[in-house]
Design a protein around this ligand. Structure first.
Ligand SMILES: NC(=O)c1ccc[n+]([C@@H]2O[C@H](COP(=O)([O-])OP(=O)(O)OC[C@H]3O[C@@H](n4cnc5c(N)ncnc54)[C@H](O)[C@@H]3O)[C@@H](O)[C@H]2O)c1
Ligand SMILES: [Zn+2]
Length: 350
């Protein structure tokens, strides 16, 4: 088992990574206190519900799978169930699922009686390399993604790398989007490693996934430890996300998974960096050809650029009415640039 520490003073915690970790869950999670809850979704429960069976003092709350569950209604429903079942300020929550369960369950634990502890057990590749680490929790309101939420760090993250075996290809691809992002924003050597091993990563090859997931968590832990609440450095994690979030919005969060939208986002944002002369042409080609070869349709010409830019201008990352973009520059480095709406329109229609 590998252990990575996320250093956040009194909010510090460990990420445990290993193949088959859940088989010994009772040795990892304290099961003595009463009235604790596992929040999971129907798919994960059907596949892996038994794995947490050893935790006798945890009661399950099972939600519908999918982004629509990140809502006020489902939040209220979970909180009501916890209240009725006698959860106290000493109760704990385990979130057992993908990013939806993690964000929603994490948010419930952030606000229940002003905050109770929670443990993340991420089950999708995207959640294992990204959403379970860093303490961003939240839900969607109207069409605004993650518009209501809280920073609330988990007390532990437990990653069993065996779980990705049952993920459909699109969900793996979604994780791969965030995986390659870490290489581009922080570690060019890791970028090269992912490019070289992409076929094995697509298959979630058990021999390399622990290493891949560990490196992603190390990078995220490193960034979050330096900037917990996104005052500066943490913004680099948003590479691909300005376009990505706009694409998710314009398609009503139903056409692309989060990571797929980020893949297209990184593609478009690398082209913007190229147009602005911020990135070496050869390096830009490396990124673009990797993204084009993932087997996704990257063409977004059927969406109106003006409408996409409208979505971008609603993004909470923006500053002073300008749209924030994180763009690749040197190998393993990115830089934030702010643009007027008109500048982006101009750049995209050239
Ligand atoms: N908090 C953060 O920092 C952060 C970062 C990135 C993304 N997110 C959020 O994460 C969410 C997306 O998460 P996601 O991509 O994990 O989606 P998801 O939670 O919807 O899971 C995708 C699907 O896979 C199923 N599933 C989960 N584990 C499985 C397994 N092991 N085998 C088979 N099927 C499995 C789920 O039931 C679901 O149908 C978005 O809401 C996004 O906003 C949050
Ligand atoms: Zn993301």
């Amino acid at each position: 088992m590998e252990k990575i520490k996320v250093n956040l003073k009194e909010n510090s915690y460990d990420i445990l990574i290993g193949n088959g970790l859940l088989e010994n869950i009772e040795n990892i999670i304290d099961n003595n206190s009463k009235r604790n809850f596992i929040i999971t979704d129907k798919n994960v429960d059907a596949l892996y519900g038994n794995y947490l069976g050893a935790l006798k003092n945890y009661e399950k709350i099972i939600i519908e799978p999918g982004e629509q569950s990140k809502s006020m209604d489902v939040t209220a429903d979970i909180l009501k169930q916890m209240l009725v079942k006698g959860a106290s300020r000493k109760s704990k929550i385990i979130t057992f699922g993908g990013g939806v369960v993690g964000d929603l369950g994490g948010f419930c634990s952030a606000i229940y009686m002003r905050g109770i502890p929670f443990i993340q057990i991420p089950t999708t590749l995207l959640a294992q390399v990204d959403s379970s680490v860093g303490g961003k929790t939240g839900i969607n309101l109207l069409h605004y993604k993650n518009s209501v939420g809280a920073f609330h760090q988990p007390t532990k993250v437990i990653i069993d790398t065996a779980l990705s075996q049952t993920l459909p290809y699109r969900e793996r691809l979604s994780g791969i989007g965030e995986i390659i992002k870490y290489g581009i924003i922080y570690d060019y050597k890791f970028f090269e490693y992912v490019v070289e091993n992409i076929e094995r990563i697509k298959k979630c090859d058990e021999n390399i996934m622990p290493h891949v997931i560990k490196r992603c968590c190390e990078i995220k832990a490193d960034i979050v430890s330096q900037d917990e609440k996104e005052g500066g450095l943490r913004k680099i994690l948003n590479f691909g996300h300005t376009f990505g979030h706009a694409l998710e919005g314009i398609t009503d969060f139903s056409k692309y998974s989060h990571g797929e939208a980020v893949i297209i986002g990184m593609y478009c944002e690398t082209i913007i960096a190229k147009k602005l002369g911020m990135i070496d042409e050869k390096y830009a080609e490396e990124i673009l050809s990797f993204l084009s070869n993932l087997g996704m349709n990257l063409n977004i010409s059927n969406y109106s650029i003006a409408e996409l830019v409208d979505w971008m201008s609603k993004d909470k990352k923006n500053i002073g009415g300008k749209i924030s973009f994180v763009l690749p520059t040197e190998k393993g480095t990115v830089k934030e640039r702010l643009f007027e709406k008109s500048e982006i329109l101009h750049l995209c229609s050239e």
